[in-house]
Write a protein that binds this ligand. Structure first.
Ligand code: AMP
Length: 114
């Protein structure tokens, strides 16, 4: 999508601190980290949010979760744990309308999620 920030990052038009990429997804460090480790995992395909996930892209989303688990292992988060968040829409504070999963860890996270 032409004016999508994450599409531009995936295309390399905007620089990012890349962690991982494959034919289906791309992972990079969040520019404003909210935990010692804060990584975003996004599909290459422009899907606006979780609300737009359908049976057609269910396998893609499943693949992203295998990537999330692998990144968490490689970042040393597996033992201590981590949080995976995907904000959907205004009430959740979604600021970039391209499906993405936040991986947050590296410290004891708040017991309350909201
Ligand atoms: P959300 O608020 O769930 O839509 O998450 C969007 C995230 O994208 C926020 O945590 C931002 O800090 C992050 N972000 C915005 N611009 C960039 C960028 N250029 N590189 C990396 N992360 C970004």
């Amino acid at each position: 999508m032409n004016d999508c920030l994450f599409c531009k990052i995936i295309a390399g038009d905007i620089p990012s601190a890349k962690i991982y990429e494959d034919e289906l997804c791309y992972a990079f460090r969040d520019i404003a980290p909210q935990a010692p480790t804060h990584i975003l995992v996004v599909p290459r395909e422009h899907i606006p949010s979780c609300a737009a996930v359908t049976a057609e892209n269910a396998a893609l989303v499943g693949h992203i979760f295998t990537v999330i688990a692998a990144i968490a292992r490689s970042e040393g988060l597996e033992q201590s744990g981590y949080r995976v968040i995907s904000n959907v829409g205004p009430d959740a504070g979604q600021t970039v309308p391209h499906l993405h999963f936040h991986i947050l860890g590296g410290k004891r996270l708040n017991d309350q999620m909201v």
